[in-house]
Design a protein around this ligand. Structure first.
Ligand code: HEM
Length: 393
């Protein structure tokens, strides 16, 4: 089709072509329409940058996401679960309902902020009033008031960066300490402006996606008590108590992994990827000329019956280990290729710790019979918050 601005656009829903565009042919494309709006928030951070700027930042940042480093943040994940458990126990004791959408959002936001700032979160961010980042999860508009709030956030972040550079502030292990130490091929570290963009990117990329996934997972397992039962048996086997928590015990939670993958298949938070070609790309059936917009949707691919039988059914056993090749089943919630999500391992660990510690303790029942409506904006999320009734098991 040709868009009103005269630019040609393709929506591609062929698994093989999508894979090629994201992997072997990725260098022919830049990020596409919609990213201008994201730039307002993230400047030129990793998600929005392209070409040499992106390549340099990705090389500098990637080591921070090694498994070894992520494992060091597991205790932060446990602390965030403990705080949710305290709150949920209180709600359960008082017979109150729980807004699971804001709970999972607060969980994921607190986790990413402590993972970045460690104790500076409490001493510098929480003291700045109500969590000044909270609006990011509630405000889907990107208007002038958001611009003001973002400006204030950047000032706060800049003062934390300056303190760290001057040897003040937290000296614990966290993402900020790793970003401050990172250098490029010439041995140059990030400038303050670059660091600000990368920190905002990490906060935005790192919480809403995991929060949305957990929101859907709680909803899906409340609707499928048989799945909840299997998850609890698995958690009790591998995580009988918090001291049993280790990368190995989490890796052994195979069924939990399947449930998370099935939730990500049905509700991929990044439901639409856009790209713009900057040179000719010859696909199998047609050519993509330079300056063409491309739309690819994990949401549509994951629900295409040709690839996924009974695509709207929630069935975690689709992801059971198998000898069959998986290539013919497009599953791309984290994208593919060189721009694949950097936080994939972190997010699986965070979601497994969350479910493994909280599900055996709390039963959550849905309070509204109607299926939640979807909102397909920058991220895919539930149009209205989901409420549940917590009970201690
Ligand atoms: C369920 C959770 C998550 C999902 C589904 C997800 C999905 C994605 C997707 C689809 C992209 C690529 C977007 C595109 O190319 O247009 C991406 C990029 C990225 N994600 Fe995630 N993400 C998740 C969690 C996280 C977390 C927890 C972090 C950080 C702690 C993170 C950090 C990033 C970064 C830095 C990029 C940019 C990579 C680059 O362009 O080189 N993500 N994510």
């Amino acid at each position: 089709m040709t868009k009103p601005n005269g630019r040609r656009a393709y929506f591609i829903n062929d698994a093989a072509e999508v894979r090629r565009i994201l992997t072997r042919r990725h260098s022919k494309y830049h990020k596409g329409p919609g990213f201008e709006r994201v730039k307002m928030l993230l400047g030129n951070g990793l998600i929005v940058s392209d070409g040499d700027v992106w390549r340099r930042s990705r090389r500098m940042i990637q080591p921070a996401f090694s498994r070894q480093n992520v494992h060091r943040l597991m205790k932060v994940m446990v602390g965030c679960c403990d705080r949710r458990a305290l709150h949920w126990a209180e709600l359960a004791a008082n017979g109150q309902t729980c807004n699971i959408t804001s709970e999972t959002s607060d969980f994921a936001l607190e986790l990413i902020l402590i993972s970045i700032f460690s104790s500076d979160y409490e001493t510098r961010i929480l003291t700045a009033g109500d969590n000044p980042f909270a609006f990011l999860s509630r405000d889907s508009t990107r208007d002038l008031s958001v611009v003001m709030k973002v400006r204030q956030l950047r000032e706060l972040l800049l003062s934390i960066i300056e303190d760290r550079r001057a040897g003040r502030g937290s000296d614990e292990f966290d993402f900020l300490s790793m970003y401050l130490q990172a250098t490029d091929k010439e041995g140059k570290p990030f400038s303050d402006a670059e660091l600000l963009d990368e920190l905002m990117t990490l906060i935005v990329a790192g919480f809403e996606t995991s929060a949305n996934t957990l929101n859907w997972v709680w909803y899906l397992i409340a609707r499928h008590p048989d799945v909840a039962d299997r998850l609890i048996v698995e958690a009790q086997q591998h995580l009988p108590n918090v001291s049993a928590l280790s990368p190995d015990s989490l890796a052994a939670m195979q069924y939990t992994q399947q449930v998370l993958e099935e939730a990500l298949r049905l509700y991929p938070p990044v439901w639409l990827f856009t790209r713009r070609s900057h040179e000719l790309d010859e696909l199998d059936d047609f050519d993509v000329e330079s300056d063409t917009d491309i739309y690819l949707s994990p949401f549509i691919l994951h629900r295409t019956g040709h690839y996924w039988p009974d695509p709207d059914q929630f069935d975690p056993d689709r992801f059971a280990p198998t000898d069959k090749p998986k290539k013919d089943r497009p599953f791309i919630p984290f994208s593919l290729g060189p721009r694949r999500c950097l936080g994939e391992y972190f997010s699986f660990l965070e979601m497994k710790v969350h479910l493994g510690l909280l599900l055996p303790r709390f039963r959550m029942d849905v309070v509204e019979a109607a299926e939640p409506e979807l909102e397909l904006s920058i991220n895919l999320r539930a149009k209205k918050d989901i409420f549940m009734k917590p009970t201690e098991r």
